[in-house]
Design a protein around this ligand. Sequence first.
Ligand code: DOR
Length: 447
Amino acid sequence: MSLKIINAKLWLEDGIYDGGLATLDGKIIKIGKEPSLPETKNIIDAKGMLVIPGLIDLHVHFREPGYTHKEEFLTGTRAAAAGGVTTVLDEPNNKPVASSVEALKAKHDLVKGKAYVDYLFNMAVYGDELDEIEAAARFGIKCFAVFDELGDRSTGMDDTGVLFDALKQIKSVKGLAMLNCRESSLVIHTIKRLKAAEKNTLKDYMSHFPHIAEAAGGAKRVLLVHDAEVQAHLREVSTAEAVEMLRNLKPYSGNITSEVRPDHLFLNQENTAELGPYAQQWTPIRTKRDQEALWRALNDGDVNIIASDHATHTKEEKEPGWENIWRSPPGLPAIESMLPLFLTAVEEGKTELSKIVDATSVNPAKRLGLYPLKGCIRVGSDADLVIVDLKQEKTIRGDESLAKTHWTPYEGWKTIGAPVTTIVRGTLVYHEGMIVAEPGVGRFILG
Ligand code: DOR
């Protein structure tokens, strides 16, 4: 399988290069001016457009097995390709929860041949199943979700001793600990208070996760990770307090990366006030003050990874939230709208394209230990490529989404800049609004 892209502006590691590239069997084999590129019948004329490395999304919920009425690997990876995402890390909150090698093997066999983009699995860690970590590492799992709450039973991680043991176990297999900045006991306490007071609007819901619970929970984990000498990644940093905490604990966070979600950068409690359950997510939408702090942190590099937390639910499941927000599930679709929103932010001068490419591709690849196989355009790298039209104007519409549920908190938002072509290991998957490949292009990436 060979392919070449001509008339392109290639986003190389040392700057933009006017020319083209050729791929063979999924790898980039040549970068150069057109005449020097090997002959092939598969030619894509980029018409002078920019080609960036495929996005790597460290936080998606594609719901298979167990919740395929919400999303599934075929539809989730389809939406990923439409969003310029070529590799995803899928979350373990399936049914059954992916917390054992047996469950991971079953999930692997279930989704094999259904994906349009490459994928990895995040394994859920339970305090009474720590020995599964070693077995999972042998199966090729690199990422371990160390959350306080997951699925239908406590993980035991709210016990600091158990959490510390889990971190050391992950260290022993050279794994990556995926952590939430969350002092859960304070969050659970706050939710109980809100429910008892029959506070059940979206505005009430947005106060269920106190700012200090994020900063305190995050600080504890930064210090424990430092002492355990384990590689770690902090999920969905959402508050000014947590950003300040990360800045102050920099001396302790050499082996820690942290992520921000597009929702916490583009949405706030004012521009979502009318959305009810369609703006409800587990780490709630925050204030304008938090939003500004997160943009500064992204631009200063204090938060170095962008991840979507694509977490769809059906409208039928969301609707009861209008009457009582605790009756609808938290989570928003995000993977398809992420890149157009960030390209628009670049156009508006809120950030730079280099920050976005670093945070959506380079840094996630480095975090997973996949750089430079992935995360850059270089001879020998996987040909995971996105052609972006920086001038393409669009309006975000839920019913045009390639995900399984057709709604979005960004309904009617105008964007400028969009992915027009997505290539996964040299295979054309998405082109000018259409999926042009068969499912099964995407493959399981061993840790
Ligand atoms: O809002 C959320 N919903 N955040 C998560 O991390 C879980 C997710 C879900 O699975 O729906």
